[in-house]
Design a protein around this ligand. Sequence first.
Ligand code: Z5A
Length: 220
Amino acid sequence: MNGKLVVFEGGEGCGKTTQLARLEAWFNQKADFPFTALHSTREPGGSPLCQKIRQVLLTPDRDEEMQNRTELLLYAADRAQHVEAWLRPWLNEGALVLCDRYTASTVAYQGYGRGLDRGLIDELNTIATGGLEPDLTVWLDLDPEIGLARAQARGTRDRIEQADLTFHQNVRSGFAALHDAQKTTNPDSFIRIDASQSMEQVTEDLIHLFDRVLTGWASS
Ligand code: Z5A
């Protein structure tokens, strides 16, 4: 089978990290795994160089506030490096790539959250990805009040987690708008999962989804 890119999206504390680890374990024990390899990665910070960009993006700086367009360009720089140096080579080798966040996060956070122009964001996403689109986007949808409480209980909050509740509610609207936009044209490309359920139930929903998706890919 050709390589496939699966992206996990959602607001703070929605459980992407937890569920990605569980899915990786599930794929690893699959006897009939149809890909050459499995890679788990994330944005920002999916490589040593991207890790340096991540540090700049997420570390709060008391001396100078980061401007919205600076933030947008840094996410684009992280993505350009990640796609060209890692994602494309993996996909060309026939791997399954599980990526924690991708272009939808930029639309949701920098577009709906920060209020930057959607046309500019789409253009930058195209430049950064060179047109590489996910084969599947899984949106773990959660009320931001619950997500932020989960993230807070975990410990210190990074620069973006520190934004107010309205920002995070707007981010959720961004993911919802992207999901709705795909509903009529390509409903199987952007799937919503209810992330307010127990960890076990979310894992069960995801496994059910991937059983179906793998069958579809195998027969296409
Ligand atoms: N960002 C952006 O603005 N623009 C972009 O283009 C991109 C990203 C690509 C990356 O931060 C930040 O960059 C992110 C968006 C922005 N905003 N922030 N902050 P990150 O990678 O460090 O963090 P994150 O992606 O937001 O993930 P997270 O906050 O670490 O959460 P998570 O991975 O979704 O959840 P988790 O770590 O699996 O779970 C959080 C806690 O909840 C943990 O204690 C779990 O045990 C618990 N949990 C998980 N699932 C459940 C359920 N079902 N019930 C109860 N408790 C649960």
